[in-house]
Design a protein around this ligand. Sequence first.
Ligand SMILES: O=C[C@H](O)COP(=O)(O)O
Length: 252
Amino acid sequence: MAARKPLIAGNWKMFGRSADLGEIAALAETIGPASGVVDVLICPTATYIAAAAEQVRGKTILIGAQDCSAIADDSARTGEISAAMLADAGARCIIVGHSERRTLHGETSDLVRRKAEAALAAGVTPIICVGETQAEREAGRVAEIVGLQVRESVPEQGANIVVAYEPVWAIGGTRTPTLPEIAEVHTLIRRVLAERFGDQANAIRILYGGSVGPKNAAEIFSVEGVDGALVGRASLKAADFAAIILAHPAAS
Ligand SMILES: O=C[C@H](O)COP(=O)(O)O
């Protein structure tokens, strides 16, 4: 089987504004040819997707979205944005089921799966986020929680999907799991995917997310089964995000 191409994705959350879009051009300049061997993705707020896509015209950096409606058809859903509309604006991937959506907006794995299905119907790659809370880890429930989230959040067809393991307690801080802990959960996720998709599961990229930065990126990328990263804060500044991308062994 061909090796999985690494994917390093930046989630700008509700931070990046129009003044920050110049960081994308600066990033392209700094990483140079690395964006040919590593898929590089930036997910700004929906209102900036079209402008961000303009910034990367003619470059290999991809633009994505942070969420989409679970409803695929054009319909009366005030305030919703469909995956097809995001694709029209230039999104090639859509993050679904980020823990901030699950926790702060009450999204269930069933809703996350329907959003992933809507993304696929629009020809866009869903990046499906899963991960345990601190209390769940302390209770020894990581395999149970993450396994269930994968089973319930991943659509029935496994082509063109990405899974991101983001321990909730590691997001936005300084703590990360140990490297063996990351390896263990990535192995678990691939085993659960293989239960459904068989050998096809080997083609699915599994990212790690949660406090990835220039200092720890290389060691995280060295973990068996880690196919890239979903990066929050450190993706906002071109210099930091470039350092993360260039820390990947494929890019050096
Ligand atoms: O989507 C990104 C994750 O929430 C990680 O955020 P962070 O890199 O700021 O910890």
